[in-house]
Write a protein that binds this ligand. Structure first.
Ligand SMILES: [Fe+2]
Length: 231
């Protein structure tokens, strides 16, 4: 390599001048989805309670899912499980800096989803509040979700997807997740979400959803006062 070539090489490898910037902190405006990891002892407990239950109420007529086996499970869940959900809902409020809301647990149900079934995109509501949180806790997944009919490098079979409702090119509008047993997602119940169908297995994909209403403290006090007055 002659001097001219050395100089050319040096010029090519030399980094352009810049000031090193540190401590990048992203701030996000809009709705949050928070993912927690629940201990497998809780997952195993819920699976056993569900498998041993004999007279659960089929809840599919109240749900969006194209899923045959959707059962209401509030009554069979332990106090520890309910308290864990309440704590995770409260933690969510802490993260979004809205701790004024009072968490009131509502319905819980389990979806046993089989090949070919799916959960269309939907959102939730409540009869007692216009504000609330929903959740998805993964209890078990099949060994395979079968064949991806196109684009194997972009899987969707059996995956949970959230739609943020904002297609701004500079925003994140969708989140698709391959949920695993123990994963718990909490999100506003007005956020669109759905689950894609899968194939090629007889095993079930089992999730539990627990919803909560968020009530202003003033309303709780008012209702307590009313109860006292009418008692
Ligand atoms: Fe849902």
């Amino acid at each position: 390599m002659n001097r001219h070539e050395r100089r050319k090489q040096k010029k090519l490898t030399k980094e352009p001048p810049y000031f090193k910037v540190t401590d990048m902190t992203p701030f996000v405006l809009g709705s949050y989805i928070i993912k927690y990891k629940v201990p497998m002892t809780m997952i195993n407990e819920i699976n056993s309670q569900y498998d041993e239950a004999t007279d659960l109420q089929n809840w599919s007529k109240n749900l969006a899912g194209k899923i045959r086996d959707e059962f209401r499970v509030d009554d069979i869940l332990s106090e520890a499980t309910k308290n864990t959900f309440t704590a995770c809902f409260q933690k969510y409020l802490e993260v979004i800096q809205k701790q004024l809301w009072h968490v009131v647990l509502s319905n819980a149900w389990i979806n046993d989803m089989r090949a070919g079934e799916y959960n269309p995109f939907h959102f939730h509501s409540s009869t007692i509040s216009d504000v609330g949180l929903s959740s998805v806790l993964c209890l078990k997944i099949p060994d395979t979700y079968g064949v991806e009919y196109t684009k194997e490098d972009e899987p969707s079979n059996g995956w949970l997807e959230f739609n943020g409702g904002q297609q701004d090119p500079l925003s994140i509008s969708q989140l698709r997740q391959n949920v695993q047993p123990g994963d718990l997602y909490i999100f506003p119940y007005t956020m669109l979400h759905g689950v894609y169908p899968f194939n090629g297995t007889d095993q079930v994909r089992r999730t539990l959803s627990f919803n909560c209403s968020l009530i202003k403290p003033g309303l709780i006090e008012e209702s307590e006062m009313q109860q006292e007055y009418t008692a």
